[in-house]
Design a protein around this ligand. Structure first.
Ligand code: FAD
Ligand code: SF4
Length: 466
């Protein structure tokens, strides 16, 4: 019998590197219905779908893929929505290679089924065609919940609890909702319109949104209880920038990635002077770090006109924490990588402006607490790199504003909120927490998973008790 021909993984069309590195349009342009169906045909519909074990919110992956295969795209998005309220976001930014696709059985011998691309396809199809009906809401319970922070974890809690019949208000410190999805991840990776349309969906369901509301400053948690809220969820993220603490770090021309990306994304500095927020546009840009934040910064620098954009990372390529697709895209666009390289000092001129970076080459030693091999400086390997903009992307810490102004909220030694792993309950009665403010900087889908668990626990509390 002739062997069945293997269908190759359907490529995602993208803008060419030399074109996209000069604009802020989205890099992948999306699949057609025909290629989505072809990709869906690659799924083996496993009896024990290991891909689902790799999805932190447990999407019925073979279920929705089989609907795509039949061309039933509206039914497919409804299937995804059962577990994931932000599929257009997750299809674009989840590290699928470490999650669902990393487990896919097809990936043992060939390229795994492109689960992320298919999730994105059905979400985009629905956004353009608007055929699916909104999920059913349970009868009103008369209970009120305040959700603090409108990142992916807060949005998930809000979506889940409104469907269970509770009243939900989202409080957001910024003037726009979406958290990192809006202020951190650039337009060329996640168009803001997609996030706003997911939030609009929640508003249609009845979620109230209060922007410019800095809880802990404009109103405290206890005042929210006094106003009649029955439960509070804290999802304020980990947006406090970390620095290197090396000489010269206060020179003009050194920015935290947080400030650089917020200016460019949320405040639209890339469209200055049409929008009135400026940002330093470096000619020779160095980004310190190699996570998603660093890739986003280095790629943004190119789009803002940098002649060179370099990533300086103290470990090797194998330890790079960014999504594989982002590293690949960055390299294609011309970002240069300096691995096993550690900055020791920033250099400046008489006007206090950055002119360069001094560093040392590193080699890898024994594994450290994180299991990664510890970088050790090589003596006498000093070198200099010229730069007029340096972006520090070496991680972020807990946002302290709310946590430090709230009594009875237990924090761990890194100032993150202590919350039960399974329920998100904190030490303060009626208060739950989840996402980056509990785990430290993690991923969109983990923040959503924590939100889902907390929403279930809040519902139990409101219907059964603490
Ligand atoms: P956040 O998204 O940080 O949202 C918290 C919200 O709370 C913010 O809107 C903030 O303004 C608001 N807030 C803070 N304090 C208050 C207050 N006192 N009162 C009211 N509101 C408040 N993850 C991925 O999976 N894939 C990626 O490709 C990826 N890329 C990233 C790129 C960048 C540049 C960054 C910074 C992160 C990236 N991440 C990525 C990580 C991911 O975005 C986060 O793990 C996730 O957004 C955390 O969600 P969250 O809801 O806990 O918090
Ligand atoms: Fe399909 Fe791969 Fe999941 Fe099996 S593991 S059901 S082949 S996506």
């Amino acid at each position: 019998m002739a062997k069945k021909e293997l269908i190759p993984r359907q490529p995602m069309p993208e803008q060419a590197p030399e074109v996209r590195s000069k604009n802020f349009e989205e890099v992948p342009t999306g699949q057609s219905p025909e290629t989505a169906i072809r990709e869906a045909e690659r799924c083996l519909q496993c009896k024990k779908p290991v891909c689902v074990d790799g999805c932190p919110v447990g999407v019925d992956i073979p279920g929705f893929i089989s609907l795509v295969k039949e061309g039933k795209f509206t039914a497919a998005i409804s299937k995804v929505w059962e577990k994931n309220g932000l599929p257009a976001v997750c299809g674009r930014v989840c590290p699928q290679e470490l999650q669902c696709e990393g487990k896919c059985i097809v990936g043992k011998k060939n390229e795994p089924v492109a689960i992320g691309n298919l999730e994105r396809f059905v979400a985009d199809y629905e956004r353009m065609n608007k055929k699916a009906s909104l999920p059913e809401k349970a009868a009103p319970t008369g209970k009120k919940i305040a959700v603090v922070g409108s990142g992916p974890s807060g949005l998930t809690v809000a979506g889940d609890l409104i469907l269970k019949g509770h009243e939900v208000t989202l409080f957001e410190a910024f003037h726009k909702p979406g958290g990192v999805l809006v202020y951190g991840i650039p337009e060329f990776r996640l168009p803001k319109e997609i996030v706003f349309s997911e939030v609009a969906g929640l508003e249609k369901l009845g979620v109230k949104l209060e922007c410019n509301a800095v809880v802990g400053r404009t109103i405290s948690l206890d005042e929210l209880f006094e106003e009649g809220y029955d439960a509070i969820y804290i999802g304020v993220g980990a947006g406090l920038p970390r620095f290197l603490n090396i000489p010269g770090e206060n020179l003009i021309g050194i920015l935290s990635a947080n400030e650089y990306l917020t200016r460019s994304n949320l405040m639209k500095a890339y469209r200055y002077p049409e929008y009135d927020t400026p940002v330093i546009k470096g000619k020779n840009v160095i980004t310190l770090g190699a996570g998603n934040v660093a890739m986003d910064s280095a790629r943004t620098a190119l789009r803002l006109g940098a002649e060179t954009s370099r990533i300086v990372y103290r470990r090797s390529r194998d330890e790079v924490p960014a999504r594989a697709a982002e590293v690949h895209h960055a390299e294609e666009e011309g970002v240069e990588f300096f691995f096993l390289t550690n900055p020791t000092k920033f250099l400046g001129n008489e006007k206090g402006r950055l002119t360069g970076m001094e560093g040392l080459k590193m080699e890898l030693g024994e594994p450290d607490d994180s299991g990664r091999r510890r970088p050790i400086p090589i003596e006498g390997s000093e070198f200099e790199l010229e730069c007029d903009l340096a972006i520090i992307a070496v991680g972020a810490g807990a946002n302290p504003l709310l946590t430090q102004s709230t009594e009875g909220l237990k924090l761990n030694k890194w100032e993150y909120i202590e919350a039960d792993e399974k329920t998100g309950k904190t030490s303060k009665k009626g208060v739950w927490a989840g996402g980056d403010i509990v785990t430290g900087s993690a991923t969109v889908i983990l923040a959503m998973g924590a939100g889902r668990q907390a929403a279930d626990s809040i519902h139990d509390y409101l219907t059964i008790g603490w």
